[in-house]
Design a binder for this molecule. Structure first.
Ligand code: DOR
Ligand code: ZN
Length: 347
C-alpha cells in the first residue's frame, strides 16, 4: 500500500482570499502548500481596474508570512464597462492572468457582472487576440430556471455562443457541477477547460439537504445528484489536461453562513490536498493527482510548471484538522466532508 507521494507543488486555479483582516488567514492557509493561485476579483467593490488589481496584490503580499512563498495571479472582474485596451495592456504586462465573467446576480458580489453579452463583445475579441483566458461562472440567473439546471442552461444558451463567436478565446468553465458540463468539455476543442473543486468532488445534494440543512456545504453552483459527482470524479482522475483543480475556497464568517439566508461558499484551502489524496486513492488514481493539482492548469494557462515538490504522507490514524479558524471579524468553519482522510501534507 502506498504510504507517501511526492508531487510537484500544486497551484489553485480558482481562489477567494477576501480582504482586510481576513487576508493574513486566507493567504497563509493557501501558501502553506500552493505555489500560485488565480485570485478571484469579487470583492466589494470589485476589482475592475488594473490599479485595483495592483493594490490588492500588494495587500496579499503584505499578509504573506515571510517564511512562505506564494504568487497571486490577479484577475479583473468583467463588467459591461470594461475597457478592452486595459485588459490587453494588463495581460501583456503580466499584471493579470485572466478575466472573470460573472453573470449579474449569479453568486456572491456579482451584482456588477454581465447582463447584456453584446456589451462585452469587444473585450472578448481582444482577449482572444492576445491569449488572455476567460474564467466563467457558468450559471444563468433567470429565476424561471430551476437552480439545479442553471449550469446546463448556461452551456446551451450562453457559453456555446461565446465560444462560437470567439473560437480562439481560451475559456475556463469554473467549478463545474454536472455530467453535462463534463461531457461538453470533453467533446470540445483544446481552448476549453474546467476547474473542479474539492467540495464538488466530495458532496452530493443529499449531503447538503438530507437529515437537516448543512450551511457549510452550501456553495454555488449548488451541489447536484450523485450521478453528477461521479462524472466530476471521473473527469478529475482521467488525466485529461482539460480538468484541473480550482478549489473555489470561499470563506464566509460563520454568522453569515449559519443564517436564515446563508452565504454560498466552502472554506477548503486548509485541507484540500489531504481530502483530494483520499478521494484519488479511493479511486486507485493517486498517480493522476499531480496532473490534476500541479500540471494541467499550468499548461492551460501557459505558465511554467513549479519546480519544487511537496510530500503527502498517509498516517495510520485519521488526520485531525481544526474545526474553525478565528479571525478578528469572527469564526470561519473549515470544510469537513462526511469522510475522514489519513493523508497529511508535510510542511
Ligand atoms: O460558493 C461560492 N462562493 N460560489 C461562488 O461562485 C462565489 C463564492 C464566494 O465568493 O463566496
Ligand atoms: Zn469562486
Amino acid at each position: 500500500m502506498i504510504k507517501e507521494i511526492e508531487i510537484v507543488r500544486p497551484d489553485d486555479w480558482h481562489l477567494h482570499l477576501r480582504d482586510k483582516d481576513l487576508l493574513p488567514f486566507t493567504v497563509n492557509e493557501t501558501a502553506k502548500s500552493f505555489a500560485r493561485a488565480i485570485i478571484m476579483p469579487n470583492l466589494v467593490p470589485p476589482i475592475t481596474r488594473l490599479i485595483d488589481a495592483e493594490n490588492y496584490k500588494h495587500r496579499i503580499m503584505k499578509a504573506l508570512k515571510p517564511n512562505l512563498s506564494f504568487i497571486p495571479l490577479m484577475t479583473l472582474y468583467l463588467t459591461e464597462e470594461t475597457d478592452p485596451e486595459e485588459v490587453k495592456q494588463g495581460y501583456k504586462s503580466g499584471q493579470i492572468s485572466a478575466v472573470k465573467l460573472y453573470p449579474a446576480g449569479a453568486t456572491t458580489n456579482s451584482q456588477s457582472g454581465v447582463r447584456n453579452y453584446e456589451k462585452i463583445k469587444p473585450v472578448l475579441e481582444i482577449m482572444a487576440e492576445v491569449g488572455c483566458p476567460l474564467c466563467i461562472h457558468g450559471e444563468v440567473t433567470d429565476s424561471n430556471i430551476d437552480i439545479f439546471d442553471r449550469e446546463k442552461v448556461f452551456i446551451d444558451t450562453v457559453l456555446d455562443k461565446i465560444r462560437t463567436d470567439n473560437p480562439a478565446l481560451k475559456v475556463i468553465m469554473e467549478h463545474i457541477t454536472t455530467k453535462e458540463a463534463v461531457d461538453y468539455i470533453f467533446a470540445e476543442n483544446e481552448n476549453l477547460a474546467a476547474t473542479v473543486t474539492t467540495h464538488h468532488l466530495s458532496l452530493n445534494r443529499n449531503d447538503l439537504l438530507s437529515g437537516g440543512i448543512r450551511p457549510h456545504f452550501y456553495c454555488l453552483p449548488v451541489v447536484k445528484r450523485e450521478v453528477h459527482r461521479l462524472a466530476l470524479l471521473k473527469a478529475a482522475i482521467s488525466g485529461s489536461p482539460k480538468f484541473f483543480l480550482g478549489t473555489d475556497s470561499a470563506p464566509h464568517l460563520d454568522h453569515d453562513k449559519e443564517s436564515s439566508c446563508g452565504c454560498a461558499g466552502c472554506f477548503t484551502a486548509p485541507n484540500t490536498l489531504e481530502i483530494l489524496a483520499h478521494i484519488f486513492e479511493e479511486q486507485k488514481a493517486l498517480n493522476k493527482l499531480e496532473l490534476f493539482t500541479s500540471i494541467s492548469g499550468a499548461k492551460f494557462y501557459g505558465k511554467n510548471i513549479n519546480t519544487d515538490k511537496i510530500r503527502i504522507v498517509k498516517k495510520d490514524e485519521p488526520t485531525l484538522f481544526p474545526k474553525k479558524i478565528n479571525t478578528p471579524s469572527g469564526e470561519i468553519t473549515i470544510f469537513s466532508p462526511n469522510f475522514e482522510t489519513k493523508w497529511q501534507v508535510q510542511v
